[in-house]
Design a protein around this ligand. Structure first.
Ligand SMILES: Nc1ncnc2c1ncn2[C@@H]1O[C@H](COP(=O)(O)OP(=O)(O)O)[C@@H](O)[C@H]1O
Ligand SMILES: [Mg+2]
Length: 138
């Protein structure tokens, strides 16, 4: 079974969209196995987005993700990573397909409402940043 880390980013948590976003993923048949609300600090954000260090948008990205609380979730299912990336849509909400989470709930490329893991390796790394093993249910 594949696992994916999903974050409802601060802009979407603040706008009361967590239920809708999580509900869409559950509605597509993925199993919610962990959930928490937290305010990420800079160190946590830099670890989560380590692959983007040095990119022009890195500081803005860290600033946004640490600005207010996020909701972190783990979903499990066959092909979970690709299925969730498809539901979430392209990075830029303006370019995301109609009916995707980012198209419907994203404001702009930085404040695109949702993070979803992009590979099994990254998913396992990201999950470990947010959850202890005993906080994930099966
Ligand atoms: N050009 C950009 N300007 C501002 N923010 C960006 C830009 N590109 C990406 N980001 C932000 O960084 C996050 C991580 O980027 P990336 O991994 O490329 O996209 P994705 O979240 O679709 O996997 C994006 O979700 C978005 O919030
Ligand atoms: Mg990415």
């Amino acid at each position: 079974m594949e696992r994916s880390l999903v974050l409802v980013k601060p802009i979407a948590t603040e706008r009361g969209l967590a239920g809708a976003i999580i509900g869409r993923i559950q509605g597509a048949g993925l199993k919610l196995t962990a959930l928490r609300m937290l305010h990420m600090d800079k160190a946590m954000a830099e670890q989560h987005y380590a692959v983007h260090k040095g990119k022009p948008f890195f500081n803005d990205l860290v600033e946004h993700i640490t600005s207010k609380p996020v909701i972190a979730a783990v979903f499990e299912g066959e092909g979970a990573i690709e299925r969730i990336r498809k539901l979430v849509g392209a990075t830029d909400p303006a370019k995301a397909e109609p009916g995707t989470i980012r198209r419907d709930y994203g404001l702009d490329i930085r404040r695109n409402s949702t993070h979803a893991s992009d590979s099994p390796e990254n998913a396992e790394k990201e999950i470990a940043i947010f959850f202890k093993d005993k906080e994930i249910f099966r």
